[in-house]
Design a protein around this ligand. Structure first.
Ligand code: PAF
Length: 295
């Protein structure tokens, strides 16, 4: 931690991008690293499989790891600093603080993994305090994580900008995830159903469907047609509050968690609110023809 701080403070005027990871890096992580390298003078990455975001029932020891491979990739990418702490550094004896959020952590992932986000928020708060980045980079694949961490940054006044990178996908649509390595060949072949289900719901939305339940039912039907897949949840929720929607009025987060054997995959498609005609007209009036708002 002291070494990281020395690097960070060597020239306080430099901008630092930070990509927190749990390692076993793939092209999705590397695209966040590229965003950080392009947007900052220095880039730091952390590799730490954080035990507090795994429940006792979840197999922490099965989480894939490849530190040597990860470091080679990050070196080749031109990253300036990699922080690879162990448990004794992150949670020394006597550790007793938890960062927990009350609302956005409850639904979706929170309902299946009730202790997960307290673990994520606590470790990310610690990492932010250690690295003190100008910008921090997270993937849209973990949609609820991005919402939880944005809220934490607002609530605890972290002085940094959150940047969310798009979900990387295999050619068959499967979202890139370190957990994909845990799938058997049969389950790997079945897993693209997750994105097919989300895409079917999005196609229905694009064709005018606005019933939240109808969108959820489309996802259920597509997923249950594949015998290897077991649904944990399907959701059509408000992208800000994550509450399930009866009627989609201003954007929707379509998301799902599906088990293939013991491996649980998550994915989502975010449909952002489109501005109504009236809102657009008002905005144009306020901005004037140059699009420049006077102060
Ligand atoms: O998204 C992840 O890999 C982890 O949840 C994170 C943000 C690195 C915290 O352990």
């Amino acid at each position: 931690i002291d070494e990281v701080r020395q690097h960070r403070c060597a020239d306080p005027n430099l901008t630092w991008g930070f990509v927190p990871t749990m390692g076993y890096l793939h092209a999705g992580h590397l695209s966040l690293v590229q965003l950080s390298l392009a947007g900052n003078e220095k880039t730091a990455v952390s590799i730490y499989v954080n035990p507090t975001q795994f429940a006792p029932t979840e197999d922490l020891s099965a989480y894939p790891r490849n530190l040597a491979g990860d470091l080679a990739m990050l070196e080749a990418a031109g990253v300036d600093l990699v922080f690879t702490p162990g448990d004794a550094i992150m949670y020394p004896p006597g550790f007793q603080t938890t960062v927990s959020l009350s609302q956005v952590t409850q639904p979706l992932e929170g309902s299946s993994r009730p202790t997960h986000f307290a673990g994520v928020a606590t470790v990310v708060a610690k990492l932010f305090n250690i690295v003190q980045p100008t910008r921090a980079y997270f993937g849209q694949k973990d949609a609820q994580q991005t919402i939880v961490l944005r809220q934490m940054v607002r609530d605890l006044n972290f002085n940094l900008e959150m940047v969310i990178g798009p979900t990387g996908r295999e050619p068959d649509g499967l979202a890139l995830s370190s957990r994909n390595a845990l799938l058997s060949a049969e389950n790997r072949a079945a897993a693209p159903v997750v994105y097919r289900a989300l895409s079917a719901a999005k196609a229905a939305y694009d064709a005018g469907e606005r019933s939240g339940e109808a969108l959820r039912q489309i996802m259920r039907e597509v997923i249950t047609a594949v015998p290897q897949a077991r649904i944990d949840y399907v959701s059509a929720a408000d992208p800000r509050t994550l509450q399930e929607l009866d009627v989609v009025a201003e954007g929707v987060l379509l998301s799902t968690a599906v088990f293939f054997g013991k491996t649980r995959l998550i994915d989502n498609i975010l449909i952002e609110a489109t501005e109504g005609k009236e809102q657009k007209e008002n905005k144009e009036k306020n901005l004037g023809s140059s699009g420049f708002r006077g102060v």
